[in-house]
Design a protein. Structure first.
Length: 239
């Protein structure tokens, strides 16, 4: 099977980090294609997310028309930007890394916390947690107060802050697992799990494994009702 991974931001080095994490997690027969967006350098708020969506939708529609369309599609940003719109234009299953990570966390723990980048991302993620029905299990969304791009520019500092927040989550939140709230944290997942002594979930890995399961099970996105393909309006006339 082949998985299409879309990094909604335009930072190529982050796309490479995401692709490397995906390939480590994927089955040997799974092919990974990772594409960068053309919008903002990082997605850190609603405006960034909105700017990233048109290019992402165009990439999905082009991929679905290719000779070998993707078996599943992953949006590799923890805000899950444009997820429902992406499902509208795709026949293949489309997974967001936030929703995927939350589903895995609820399967392997009774309560968990999320650690993200900037404080401004906290309410966005809190809203996603509620929308995905995980509010009863998510104890807190925490921030390391570093930008997305700082994860690459200062990885040692980022790791130290993640460990510190992870320990607070264990002591103060009663967290039994930690979700990493940014795709740019993917490379730190295994070391964080070892440092904290509990499961640490990277949304990229979670999405890859769920995507493989959905694709191998023959599941496709429903084209009935709200996720039907966008209607052709070329024949419409104004009133």
């Amino acid at each position: 099977m082949n998985l299409l991974i879309l990094n909604p931001n335009s930072t190529v080095s982050m796309t490479e980090t995401i692709a490397a994490a995906a390939r480590r997690a994927a089955l040997p027969a799974t092919s990974i294609i990772a594409i960068s967006g053309t919008g903002p350098a990082s997605v850190e708020g609603h405006a960034d997310a909105a700017l990233s969506v048109p290019t992402m939708l165009a990439a999905i529609m082009a991929a679905e028309c290719a000779e070998f369309p993707p078996s599943a599609i992953i949006i590799a940003c923890f805000d899950d930007p444009g997820l429902l719109a992406a499902r509208e234009v795709a026949r293949a299953p489309v997974l967001g890394i936030a929703q995927s990570a939350l589903q895995i966390a609820m399967l392997i723990s009774a309560r968990f916390s999320i650690i993200t980048t900037l404080p401004r991302s906290v309410p966005v993620i809190e809203d996603l947690v509620q929308a995905y029905g995980a509010g009863h299990a998510c104890r807190k969304v925490r921030s390391v107060d570093l930008s997305v791009l700082a994860l690459e520019a200062a990885p040692d500092e980022a790791f130290a802050r993640l460990v510190s927040e992870g320990r607070k989550a264990m002591a103060e939140d009663g967290a039994e697992a930690i979700i990493l709230g940014c795709a740019g944290m993917a490379e730190m997942c295994a070391d964080l799990s070892e440092a904290l002594g509990l499961p640490v979930i990277d949304g990229v890995v979670a999405a890859v494994k769920l995507a493989e399961a959905l694709a191998s099970g023959g599941f496709a996105t429903s084209k009935a009702g709200s996720l039907a393909y966008p209607r052709d309006k070329s024949g419409d006339k104004p009133a």
